[in-house]
Design a protein around this ligand. Structure first.
Ligand SMILES: NC(=O)c1ccc[n+]([C@@H]2O[C@H](COP(=O)([O-])OP(=O)(O)OC[C@H]3O[C@@H](n4cnc5c(N)ncnc54)[C@H](OP(=O)(O)O)[C@@H]3O)[C@@H](O)[C@H]2O)c1
Length: 437
């Protein structure tokens, strides 16, 4: 079944060129991504989500040229690399307008369908323009026909308010991290965006099945419920979770390394979860603690703190995780004792301990704990692919730190040998300075 579109013409599911394919700092052409984008377009999954920081313009340009499709038959999103809250890295181009012009030339297309500010962390001292001034560059892109639509990503309410004050053209989209285990990237953002007519896009929509703990407590209850829906509808858990996101009025941005998964994507909208089922997924998912946050942890992890009493049905394992998260005096010691994968965790906690702000320490500790609770990640093919795509066998990591510094965060946390060898400065840089896209 073809993927339906919103009333404003945005296809309701996108294939992402970040995460699995993210290759910032690596300039070799990823032939696998070229082939996958071609296959994606050929199958009819025509909404491609990209970004400056993914560093995949060459791949995108090649795939589009080799697909020979009329421009109006596919939908491209690009994002201006505004940087993180540490303001230590950003776009090569001087402003969002100049970046988009350069992007269109590199990819050899006349316009993008959607252009986003990748993050709100923009200020005059570092960028040469303020957040509200950055929106003027975005509006210029739309005015000149370089972008059909303009929007933002990873914006909290206060950032949207700042833009809305000066906007002649409202942001059409806010792309945020969203799934059943993380139902608000920042407080109230879903309700605020929807109330203001800003369409939400959800990245990492499959978090519960790729990273969630399925073995105990809420995670097991959630997974068992997905299993019952699998049998009822004859659909996979992947399809059920993507269908749930769409039923919440949000567009899922997913990705895959496998062509076979594209057929699953095409069959996401051929069934309808009932309102009761949507509500049950929402309710069980909201009880998952700590929330499953994979990206922008230093910026938004501070919102994941909560009191232990909020979850009356915790298992012993969850209680230990909760205890670790709520400890403020010595999070490193408690957390390190709370999980099995101590070698990995200790390196991450060491990074946290090296931070200057206590909020960041808590965020890093939270992230470390939620990662270490996952049982099955080592078997996940994404890890092997990430390792091989950076040409760094785990045992040689210490001699190739630069590549690892550019790899997606998932990879470092699954590399115990690297963790043992790493020094504080390296982990601090990895976890705080990079890799949160
Ligand atoms: N704006 C931002 O700051 C931001 C941040 C992060 C991501 N993004 C965008 O969002 C896109 C998607 O992010 P994501 O990768 O986190 O999305 P996701 O949809 O949560 O995860 C996709 C992964 O799920 C795996 N998967 C699917 N079904 C599975 C199953 N049944 N069991 C196990 N694994 C399964 C896929 O692996 P297979 O290879 O096996 O299919 C794929 O690698 C990115 O590529 C990027 O374009 C944007």
């Amino acid at each position: 079944m073809p993927i339906p579109k919103t009333s404003s013409g945005i296809p309701k599911l996108a294939f992402g060129c970040g995460t699995y394919y993210y290759k910032y700092g690596n300039n070799t052409v990823d032939e696998k991504l070229v082939a996958m984008i071609k296959a994606t377009l050929a199958k009819g999954v025509v909404h491609i989500d990209s970004a400056e920081v993914y560093n995949v313009d060459k791949e995108l340009g090649l795939a589009l040229a080799e697909s020979h499709l009329p421009r109006e038959d596919y939908f491209i999103t690009d994002k201006y690399f505004a940087g993180t809250s540490s303001y230590d890295a950003r776009s090569k181009e001087a402003n969002p307008y100049l970046h988009l012009k350069a992007f269109l030339e590199r990819v050899n297309i006349p316009y993008v369908d959607l252009y986003l500010l990748h993050s709100p962390f923009i200020k005059k001292e570092t960028h040469g323009f303020s957040l509200s001034e950055s929106w003027k560059f975005m509006e210029q892109c739309k005015r000149e026909g370089l972008a059909k639509r303009i929007g933002v990503s990873n914006f909290a309410i206060e950032h949207l308010e700042e833009i809305l004050k000066v906007a002649n053209e409202k942001p059409e989209v806010n792309q945020i991290e969203y799934n059943a285990y993380l139902q608000n990237q920042s407080p109230g953002i879903v309700e605020f965006s929807q109330k203001n007519g800003i369409l939400l896009e959800a990245y990492s929509p499959l978090g519960p099945i790729t990273k969630g703990d399925k073995t105990s407590g809420v995670g097991k209850e959630f997974d068992d419920y997905l299993t019952s829906l699998e049998s009822k509808y004859g659909k996979t858990k992947t399809q059920i979770l993507l269908n749930w996101v769409e039923k919440k009025g949000i567009i899922p941005i997913t990705t895959t390394s496998k062509e076979s998964r594209l057929d699953e994507f095409l069959d996401v909208f051929s069934f309808d979860l009932t309102p009761e089922e949507v509500e049950t997924i929402t309710k069980i998912g909201a009880q998952y603690k700590p929330p499953l946050r994979q990206h922008w942890v230093p910026e938004y992890g501070k919102y994941d703190n909560f009191r232990q009493t909020q979850n009356p049905t915790t298992t012993d394992q969850e209680k230990r995780r909760l205890q670790s998260r709520s400890t403020s005096s010595d999070p490193c010691t408690t957390s390190a004792l709370a999980v099995d994968r101590q070698d990995v965790l200790i390196a991450e906690l060491a990074a946290g301990a090296a931070c200057s702000s206590s909020d960041t320490v808590v965020s890093i500790v939270s992230m470390a704990i939620s990662r270490c609770s996952t049982q099955d990640l080592d078997k996940h093919p994404r890890n092997e692919m990430s390792v091989s795509s950076f040409k760094s066998p785990i045992t040689e990591l210490s001699s190739d730190l630069e590549s690892w510094n550019r790899a997606p965060p998932l990879v470092y946390s699954r590399a115990p040998l690297a963790a043992k060898r790493a020094n504080l400065a390296f982990w601090r840089e990895v976890l705080i300075g990079n890799g949160r896209w």
